[in-house]
Design a binder for this molecule. Structure first.
Ligand code: PLP
Length: 319
């Protein structure tokens, strides 16, 4: 792991990679009381030539800096975060499994100022650290059509905060997700569609597709601006970015496909929607020839060096 601390807004990084281990911090640390925690999630992929490359490193660094600013945490320089991520990956090159496995990279930034009276004060002291671990498929049972519960009453988080990758957003989504899964073990994810407006699931963005079109929700502050989402939009010739209603989704299911996109989900086809107790099947299917699976392959080929990298998305890591 790599770590850097800030006492007055400026981060100090020794340049040394340390063994993975515990931290010590004050019981009054800001993060433990007022939730000043943000993070990122990206992957380094083993390339076809045996080397290692991080996928869209700069985009993840940019989103992390944006999240830090939203929580009024000290914002680390992009070059520093970049260096710390590359150093941490270099130190773990031998741990990276072959595709479809990869090295998951988790940069984290927390407010460490010891002040229990700081509810309305930002933390000037902060700890930035990068850990990583080998990963395989995110969903139990590998790539298979997922079942989503469409939730139209409870939002995932507060609307102005959905675009921030902060621990608090995941804490808020946890109870409704666990309750839904306890009631029906077939549910893989909740698709949040407050008031009928389809946004994202607890860990991925949402797309509809068929042989002619790709449709996904237009960006606003209410949901996470996925790097995978943006990659798919770049790869596809044309994408409609606009509101999607639950009613439209039901009609779409008669002929089309749907999928989730994310660093963990990659592109994961959706097979079934549960809407108000009714099961709605996606008639477009999720087989190897589906549009969803073809997009998954196109993305994976760039990530793993099987296809050229015209957009400069791969950052090489020395072995
Ligand atoms: N939405 C949420 C809530 C997420 O946690 C993630 C996860 O990473 C995504 C969307 C997808 O974002 P990305 O493609 O950058 O991984």
């Amino acid at each position: 792991m790599t770590t850097a601390r800030s006492t007055d807004g400026a981060f100090e990084y020794s340049g040394e990679v340390e063994p993975y281990g515990n931290f010590s911090m004050s019981p009054a640390a800001h993060v433990l009381h007022y939730g000043s925690a943000i993070f990122e999630g990206m992957k380094a992929h083993r390339q076809v030539d045996g080397s290692l490359a991080i996928f869209r490193l700069d985009d993840h660094v940019a989103r992390m800096r944006q999240s830090a600013a939203k929580l009024r945490l000290p914002v680390p320089d992009a070059e520093l975060v970049r260096r710390m991520i590359i150093d941490a990956c270099e130190a773990n090159v031998s741990e990276v499994p072959d595709p479809p496995g990869s090295l998951y990279v988790r940069p984290t930034l927390i407010g460490t100022e010891p002040n229990i009276g700081a509810a309305a004060t930002p933390s000037k002291e902060a700890l930035l650290y990068i850990v990583n671990c080998p990963v395989g498929d995110y969903f139990k049972g590998g790539v298979r059509p997922l079942t989503l519960l469409v939730e139209d009453s409870i939002p995932r988080t507060t609307p102005q905060f959905g675009m921030v990758k902060s621990g608090a957003n995941y804490a808020m989504a946890l109870a409704p997700t666990l309750d839904a899964m306890a009631a029906n073990e077939a549910i893989d994810q909740i698709l949040f569609a407050t008031g009928g407006d389809v946004t994202e699931t607890g860990a991925a963005n949402f797309f509809m597709t068929d042989d002619d079109r790709l449709v996904t929700r237009n960006l606003d502050a209410s949901f996470l601006h996925g790097v995978t989402r943006s990659s798919i939009i770049t790869l596809a010739a044309e994408v409609e970015e606009r509101a999607i209603s639950v009613e439209e989704l039901v009609v779409w299911a008669d002929h089309g496909e749907a999928f989730l996109s994310g660093t963990a989900a990659v592109v994961s086809p959706v097979g079934t929607l549960l809407i108000d107790g009714e099961q709605v099947q996606l008639a477009g299917g999720a087989g190897p020839d589906s549009n969803s699976m073809r997009l998954r392959q196109a993305l994976a080929d760039i990530q793993t060096g099987h296809a050229p990298d015209p957009y400069g998305w791969r950052t090489p890591v020395k072995g």
